[in-house]
Ligand binder design. Structure first.
Ligand code: GAP
Length: 510
């Protein structure tokens, strides 16, 4: 199956099994806005809980916050978003489609990378065991040409973005012969900057100053820094973690829930002593990769990508990228944001945002290391990594191999037949376990069909209640991945399931 086919299958699977629906579907949808269905909301809640608990429970110097989406308009001036939160856009005059110029260039780089990899793969087959990949990559003229072109795009794009000379970027697109994916033409407009914030107003009488929907949750943390530090008696270094909605007017919204106009972020700002920030940056870079790998996804599916253009607030920045069906793309950003934000809020609010360091006997504006991950992108990571089609003896099964602790439904309780007291016994088991986990109970269809439906939503366990259960007080426990079945006592179910499906069980792997 090609990656394109796989991606299409994932999208339709999400709709068919109640994970993701297009927003306002009966009105033909709303571009780049999505709703989460009955299984999607459970998966999202579990990912969010795992992130939040890993931050706040496993680190006794990190606490939570839930700041409002509406914030004082001056905040976005201070943070630099009003003036600098732009994307470079370019239009194709023939298709009338608008693109992010930097994304067009990154896609072109990915194609070059794939071509280089193909050359290497071909050579590997040709030379067999004697093949020296490193040597081949550095000496083969065609591979070197691809790599040189990738590096040239990096430096030229960086120059264009840093100097603000967008003509450089347009020239690069023309020089590389990049065509519009819709019209196939090279008939491009100039590159222009486009601000991504949505503006609104607080009330009809306060129309003078624009109010923005927050484009990131981080600013709510910065402006509450002293509130939390003082009331929580926090000592530096410490962190504040928050999850919540953010809004961006993404012109090039595409790839399903990858780039949405309304999405959710999970951000943590770590406040530290100036001069220690790069050590903390290295620490969080490693910790966050460890967190991603704890989801059981192959190491090869992740990579670090250092930023070409540092955001206006950062002195170091890296993305954690995942190999989606459409290539490696950012899932999480880790930024060393210096004292930029707190410093700017001091300047714009006129209020001191300093920390008194009793040990050093000095006042300073703390430096900040941020970890920022998109909940919706993590959702897509899990679907991309866990979707599998398996050929069984007489049929194909679709299975979502989610980490059990994140699965929407932890166990399905299935009476073998709809009579003779089996449904009642299933209900009794359900009632005993329902306080610990999300369950599903069903007595329709053959047991095989019911197993398939549970595989398709990633339920790690099925509990089958049969005639023996009535006398033996035991059930058949079926494992999703191995499809192995074993007999277990009803009284042991809670412990067995909790050991494998609780968020705590996943937290213990960190
Ligand atoms: N506070 C820093 C910040 O907002 P960012 O790299 O712009 O940094 C952080 O965003 C994360 O938010 C990204 O790594 C991505 O996972 C997620 N994200 C950003 N824009 C998104 C969008 N339009 N749709 C879905 N997720 C998005």
């Amino acid at each position: 199956m090609s990656n394109e086919e796989l991606f299409k299958k994932i999208i339709s699977h999400c709709k068919e099994y109640g994970f993701v629906f297009p927003s306002s579907e009966i009105y033909d949808g709303l571009a780049a806005v999505y709703d989460y269905g009955q299984n999607g909301v459970e998966l999202r809640n579990n990912i969010r809980s795992y992130w939040y608990q890993s931050m706040t429970r496993l680190n006794n110097n990190i606490v939570g916050l839930d700041s409002a989406i509406f914030m004082h308009p001056k905040i976005w001036k201070a943070s630099g978003h009003v003036d600098g939160f732009n994307d470079p856009m370019i239009d194709n005059k023939d298709s009338k489609k608008r693109y992010r110029a930097d994304v067009l260039l990154e896609d072109h780089q990915e194609k070059l990378r794939q071509k280089a990899d193909k050359e290497v793969e071909k050579a590997k087959t040709r030379f067999g065991d004697t093949f020296d990949e490193e040597m081949y990559r550095s000496t083969n003229p065609r591979v070197s040409e691809y790599m040189a072109s990738i590096a040239h795009i990096d430096t030229t794009l960086k120059e264009g973005l840093e100097t603000g000379n967008l003509e450089i970027i347009k020239n690069l697109i023309e020089e590389l012969g990049i065509v519009c994916p819709i019209s196939g033409s090279k008939n491009w407009t100039d590159v222009r900057q486009f601000n991504l914030m949505y503006s609104t107003q607080m009330s009809a009488t306060e129309a003078d100053e624009a109010l923005y929907l927050r484009p990131e949750t981080a600013q709510g943390i910065f402006v509450n820094f002293l509130n939390v530090q003082k009331t929580g008696r926090m000592k530096i270094p410490f962190g504040i973690a928050q999850t919540g909605k953010a809004f961006r007017n993404e012109i090039v919204a595409r790839q399903f829930i990858m780039r949405m106009k309304e999405f959710e972020q999970m951000e943590m700002q770590f406040f530290c002593k100036p001069g220690t920030e790069l050590d903390w940056y290295a620490y969080w870079k490693e910790m966050r990769m460890k967190w991603h790998l704890s989801l059981g996804i192959s190491k090869d599916s992740y990579r670090f990508h250092d930023h070409v253009k540092l955001a206006h607030y950062a002195n170091a920045a890296v993305d954690i990228e995942f190999d989606f069906p459409f290539g490696f793309k950012e899932v999480e950003g880790i930024h060393s944001r210096t004292d930029f934000d707190l410093g700017k809020h001091e300047e714009f609010s006129g209020k001191k945002l300093r920390y008194f360091d009793a040990e050093a006997n000095e006042n300073y504006i703390p430096y900040v290391v941020e970890t920022s991950v998109g909940l919706d992108r993590l959702f897509l990571v899990l679907l991309s990594a866990c979707y599998a089609e398996e050929q069984l003896e007489n049929e194909t099964r679709v299975v979502l191999r989610f980490p059990p602790a994140l699965a929407p439904v932890k166990a399905a309780i299935l009476p073998l037949v709809k009579k003779d007291g089996l449904p009642e016994m299933a209900q009794k088991i359900y009632d005993e376990l329902k306080f610990d986990m999300n369950l599903y109970i069903e007595d329709k269809d053959t047991i095989g069909k019911r197993y398939r439906r549970m595989d398709a939503i990633g339920t790690p366990f099925c509990i089958t209640v049969d005639y023996d259960s009535l006398t033996q007080e035991d059930v058949t426990l079926r494992y999703r991945d191995s499809m192995e079945q074993k007999r277990v006592k009803i009284k042991d179910l809670r412990d067995i399931l909790n050991a494998e499906t609780s968020i705590a069980s996943l937290l213990k792997t960190l």
